[in-house]
Write a protein that binds this ligand. Structure first.
Ligand SMILES: [Zn+2]
Length: 166
């Protein structure tokens, strides 16, 4: 039974637990390994979480979602995404001292269709090649702007299976 007294005790315990958690994370400098950048696509939100969990990165990454993922960094079609992409890398470095950026593009991406005017459903290899070209452009820009950061680029299928591209 949840009496008012019980409830107050419970909230007090939760509050002090939260405070202890914050102090502990500040003490270790709130460092995480990576910034994960994914597309916004609703079909793969859970798969992205599974990806990071399966790479033993649970609670060890920041995340930002922008339509197109790596495409957001460089596409002239999405200038405000370009800014947000690079801003958030800077923010993640400042706040959490990330060492790595992990980008997860995905197949059948609406942002890629908009940017390149092409539906890749029938062209599996061409779709991968298009993602790879964009990823190489992002990797080169990242190396210029943040040479201290490592990077990994992945392409996720709609069933959540992911392959590393570069
Ligand atoms: Zn997408």
């Amino acid at each position: 039974m949840c009496t008012d007294t019980n409830r107050r005790q419970l909230l007090g315990a939760l509050g002090s637990g939260l405070a202890v958690g914050l102090v502990a994370s500040e003490a270790k400098g709130a460092t995480v390994t990576a910034l994960g950048i994914t597309c916004i696509d609703y079909r793969l939100v859970d798969d992205a979480v599974h990806f990071f969990d399966s790479h033993k990165m649970t609670k060890d990454y920041d995340q930002v979602s922008l339509a197109g993922a790596s495409l957001a960094a460089v596409s002239a079609k999405f200038p405000s995404s370009n800014a947000a992409f690079w801003d958030h890398i800077g923010i993640a470095i400042t706040l959490h001292h990330i060492k790595k950026v992990i980008m997860i593009d995905h197949r059948d991406c609406g942002a890629y269709k908009v940017a390149f005017g092409k539906d890749y459903k029938a062209d599996h290899a061409g779709e991968r090649a298009q993602h790879k070209a964009v990823m190489e452009e992002v990797k080169a820009k990242l190396a210029k702007l943040h040479p201290e950061l490592q990077s990994e680029f992945y392409l996720m299928a709609l069933d959540g299976k992911t392959e590393r591209v570069i």
